[in-house]
Design a binder for this molecule. Sequence first.
Ligand code: BES
Ligand code: MN
Ligand code: ZN
Length: 499
Amino acid sequence: MNITFAAPSVPSSGALVVGVLEGKKLTPTAATLNKQTDGALERALANGNFSGKKGELLEVVAPAKLKNSRILLVGLGELAKLGEKELQDIGGAAAAQLLRSGDDKATFFIDKLRGGKAAPERAANYAYGALLRSYRFDKYKTKEKPEKKPKLKEIKVMVEDAATAKRLFQKLEKIAEGVFVTRNLVSEPANVLFPKSLAAEGKKLSKLGVKVTVLGEKEMKKLGMGALLGVAQGSVREPQLLVMQWEGAPGGKDKAPLAFVGKGVTFDTGGISLKPAAGMEDMKWDMGGAGAVVGLMHALAARKAKVNAVGVCGLVENMPSGAAQRPGDVVKSMSGQTVEVLNTDAEGRLVLCDALWYTQENYKPKLIVDLATLTGAIIIALGNEQAGLFSNDDKLSEQLTAAGKAVGEPVWRMPLGPEYDKMIDCDVADMKNISGGRAGGSITAAQFLQRFIKEGTPWAHLDIAGVAWSTKDKATAPKGGTGFGVRLLDAFVAANFEK
Ligand code: BES
Ligand code: MN
Ligand code: ZN
C-alpha cells in the first residue's frame, strides 16, 4: 500500500473518504461534497441506519456531478472519545470497505475539527489502521479471479499540516512492517518455515543494524540444552537458537538489555504423545511467539528505538519418529535441572526453559518477557480476546497491561504461586513437564517456566495461544496471523524505556 500525505485538494478519480460525526453531522469536507453533489450525501443519510457512530460506514456510489467512483462516509462517533486505538480501528474499517469495493485509489479527508486529537495525529492513525488492515497473505493463490482480488494500491491522506502527519506516520509504518514480518512468518506452512528457514528470516534483520547469531545443534549440545534438544530429536529438521541484538540505547552497549524470548515450534504434532488429526494444521503457527519476537526486533530496529534489546528464539519441530523422545524420558536442561517428560506434547516449556536460561546467562537482562503459544488451556480461560499474562513483578505486569490496552492487544493477568508450583514436583526428576490433571493447565506451564528464572529478574510470560491467529476479521487485522505482541511490546518499550 502506498500511503502519502498532502494538503487538501479533491482528485477527479477514485474513492473519496470523509467523516461524519455522531448524529449525522457532516465534517466540513463532507458538507462541501454534499453541496457539490446536489445534496447526495444528505439524501443518503436521510434514509437508513447510518448515524455517524464510530466505525459505521455508508457508501454513496457514482455521486452526481463528480467523476469519483464513490464517496465513503465513515462514522467518527464522538471526537473526544477517539484515542489512538479507536482512530486506527476506524481507518481499518474504512480500508476493509475500500478493499471490498474494488477501487484502486482512495483519498481520505482529515479536517481540522474542534475537540479531540489534532488533525495530523488523527490522519497518521487512520492511515496506520488502514495499512494494518490491508495486509494480505496470498502468495500461494495462483488462480484467484481478478474481481476477487482487492485492488486498492494507493491511499492519499489530505490534511492541512501534511508534514506533521507524515512524520508521525513514518514511525507507525515501521511498526506495521514489524507486524507484517510476524504475520508472514505465522502464515507460512511448516514445509516452508522450519527452524533453519525461520532463522534465515531472522538473519535478514542485519540489514537494519541488528546483530544476529544462530546456534545449531552442535553448539546447543555443548551448552547442555538437553530440554530443547529432546524436543527436536524426533525431527529431521535441525533445531536452531536465533539471537538478535539491537543496541540503540544512548548509553551504549553496557546498558543491560530488555530480553524477549519466543517459542518457535515450527510444527507441533505433539510428538509421540500425538495430537488428534482434526485441526492439527493449526500447529504451523506454534512458532507465533518466535514470530512476534522477530517482528518486534524488526520494528525496534527500523524505528531506531533508543533502547538495548535482545531477542532469543528457540526453534524446533516437534515430530514423532523412531528417534523421537518418549514419555518418561528424563532430560537435563542447561540450568542443570532435570525434567521427566511425561507428555511430549508439552514441548513449548521444554524449548523455552533452555532459551530463557541461555538469555539470562549471556545477557544479564534488565527484564525478560517471553511469548509462547503455550497452552490450549489459556483459550479455555480467556478465549480469543486476551493473552494470558504471568509475572513475578507487579510493575512489569502493570506496564504490559497498560501497553496492551493502548494498542488493542490486551493481556489479562493470571496467578502464580507455590501451591501451583508444587503440582509439577516429580518423584523421578527435579520436575515433570505436566501436572497430571487438566486443572490450571496454563498456570502450571507458567510455573514450569518460572523455575528457570533467576532470583531478582523481573519476568513476564505471555501465553498467546488464543490470540496469535484469528478465524475472523478484526478492525486492524484480517483473519489469519494477527502479529499479536509486536505492537504491544513496541508500545511497552516506547512508554517505559526510551524516555
Ligand atoms: N502448542 C500447544 C498449545 C496450543 C494449543 C497452541 C492450541 C495453540 C492452540 C502446546 O504445545 C500443547 O500442546 N500444549 C498442551 C499441553 C498439555 C499436554 C499439558 C495442551 O495445551 O493441550
Ligand atoms: Mn504441544
Ligand atoms: Zn506447542
